[in-house]
Design a protein around this ligand. Sequence first.
Ligand SMILES: NC(=O)c1ccc[n+]([C@@H]2O[C@H](COP(=O)([O-])OP(=O)(O)OC[C@H]3O[C@@H](n4cnc5c(N)ncnc54)[C@H](O)[C@@H]3O)[C@@H](O)[C@H]2O)c1
Length: 291
Amino acid sequence: MPSYEIRDKVFFITGGAQGLGKEIAKGVLARGSKVFFVDILKDKGEETLQELAHIFGPKNVAFVQDHYHYIIIIIIIITSILLLIIIIIIIIIIIIIIIIIIIIIIIIIIIIIIIIIIIIIIIIIIIIIIIINIMIIFAVIQGSQVASLHMRKDKGGKGGRIIAMSSQAGLDYYYQMPVYNACKHGIRVYSKASSRNPANEAMGLEFASFHPDGSDAGIFPRMYEAPGLIGADALFETYRGELVPVESVVEAFIDLVTLEKMNGADLYVGKNKNTFIEFQKLELGNSFPQK
Ligand SMILES: NC(=O)c1ccc[n+]([C@@H]2O[C@H](COP(=O)([O-])OP(=O)(O)OC[C@H]3O[C@@H](n4cnc5c(N)ncnc54)[C@H](O)[C@@H]3O)[C@@H](O)[C@H]2O)c1
């Protein structure tokens, strides 16, 4: 039996224009809550606003575009420009040195330059991936802090609950996506550490994190449908038949947010079962196991 009443409560959802955010919005609206969602995608957000307002009433749902992506774009542009300048300088130096020393081996120089450019392009791509992932954890942390400031009872707020979205796969250890794993672990750890603040009770704040397995809504099916996305077929093949129906994700979210005491909870959502998890430090002694 749910003990925390969500009827008439306001849910602030980041990234609610599509995917799991939108489905969770529908789930809580259907239970009498109100939703204020933000997204960096203006058109998609307005489309979703209209859809939700039509079903649940315009007074119950609001949308504002989040301009946070400009920071990401600015950082990516600055990083790319800096890297580009470095590339140009490196290329000029290499060309000058090589022209002075040996003109005859121009063909070799061209090959070297091409290799250098390829390496630098790869480095730029890796840096962009790292920046995007780090900006996501930064967005969650910053969002939680802003939300806390608005909700703190000791500063005039009404108190409330903050649920950070991570992912079951994110809490695993995949060598193919170490940055993603690092960021998703970071999100859980940030939420967990925040839940341990002894002042939470006075502030009326509770923190939890939510970890669905791959779902049949959101980024997963879109990745599969994206033309020419390298590795999408293999990834989807691994998950074939294992995807969690989005309704189960929404149900699990409602179960979490309606817990009598939610603070510190980390909920895994699987296809067949949901389970609360706890990471513990395992001491291995002073000699590292060699097998
Ligand atoms: N879909 C899944 O199978 C799955 C499984 C586990 C965890 N998750 C997690 O759930 C979350 C949502 O995933 P999804 O599949 O629904 O993705 P999605 O791409 O369908 O939706 C995410 C939305 O967030 C918006 N967004 C991105 N950055 C933003 C920002 N800084 N401010 C506001 N909005 C922003 C995007 O524009 C997009 O509309 C992610 O954190 C993802 O890692 C998803």
